[in-house]
Design a protein around this ligand. Structure first.
Ligand code: AMP
Length: 284
């Protein structure tokens, strides 16, 4: 695996690869890699000649300074995992390389409604930062395929919108890959490393709630199921931020189940100082 720290060096390499007709798949990450990230690398390898992964903990998408400061960094383990998984290129820039002249100069995109609900509402400025960094990374890597995880459902929708705002929706195809889970259903996440053992033992409750929201869709009102989930999570020591049902195509919030409408259930909850999110597209 070749490691580039400078955008210019990466771009020079990419342009020789593109000239020789190789297809490029891109997996952007913030590192502290786990099997969820590896599933994206695996999906990319099936369809591309070259896989590029980036590791960059993007300061502009953290609305909470201590979350940024505590974000796990495990570079040498990450490099070993990427090498084993057959990743070809790792882009490992520092903040100055991505934001020369400071973070406030980076262009921002108007993400509209998506930036006002759920994660957008709970984490002001988060998606603006995601838009900034993904647009800069896409310009550097110029992939034909971009691999992202359904674990960050709203982020996938934001990036889809970003591709049209950048007018590159015909050049770059977004591939959304299924959420990888631990045996108890907990969605894999770099932040799980920060859970204490007792917290880790109950963290699977979020997934249990999502499954109960799905299984009760024909027998109960969503408001009732939401309250049950809220009570369960609270009794275990979580602080739920939202337990929501939305149209899976456009993320319009829904007060109740509506058969025939594609639906996604989404949960964000804090466990101690760790904020966890997860979602489930309801099978009808
Ligand atoms: P992150 O490093 O958390 O920014 O994530 C990088 C990419 O990996 C994003 O597209 C995430 O949605 C994806 N990802 C994170 N966790 C998982 C998971 N458990 N399953 C599948 N993809 C994931």
């Amino acid at each position: 695996m070749i490691i580039f720290k400078k955008t210019a060096d990466l771009q020079e390499y990419i342009s020789t690869q593109r000239t020789s007709g190789r297809t490029i798949g891109f997996v952007p990450t913030m590192g502290a890699l786990h099997a969820g990230h590896m599933s994206l690398i695996g999906a990319g390898r099936k369809n591309n000649d070259l896989i590029v992964c980036s590791i960059f903990v993007n300061p502009t998408q953290f609305n909470d300074k201590s979350d940024y400061e505590k974000y796990p960094i495990t570079i040498s383990e990450d490099i070993a995992m990427l090498t084993d998984a057959g990743c070809d290129v790792l882009f490992l820039p520092d903040v100055e390389e991505i934001y020369p002249g400071g973070t406030s100069n980076a262009a921002a995109f108007d993400l509209g409604y998506l930036d006002t609900v759920l994660e957008g509402a709970q984490r002001p400025g988060h998606f603006r930062g995601v838009g900034q960094v993904v647009s800069l990374l896409l310009k550097a890597v110029q992939p034909q395929f971009l691999y992202m995880g359904q674990k960050d459902y709203q982020q996938c929708m934001v990036v889809k919108k970003l591709l049209s705002l950048m007018n590159i929706q015909d050049q770059v195809k977004l591939v959304v890959c299924p959420t990888q889970r631990e045996a108890d259903g907990l969605a894999m996440s770099s932040r799980n490393r920060r859970l204490t053992e007792p917290q880790r033992n109950i963290a699977g409750c979020i997934y249990q709630c999502l499954v109960s929201i799905e299984s009760k869709q024909s027998s109960a009102k969503f408001a009732i199921v939401m309250k049950e989930c809220n009570d369960l999570l609270t009794s275990k020591g979580f602080e739920p931020e939202y337990i929501s049902l939305a149209n899976a195509d456009d993320l319009t919030l829904m007060e109740d189940y509506q058969q025939g409408t594609p639906m996604v259930a989404l949960i964000a909850a804090r466990l101690g100082s760790v904020r966890l999110i997860d979602n489930l597209v309801l099978q009808q």
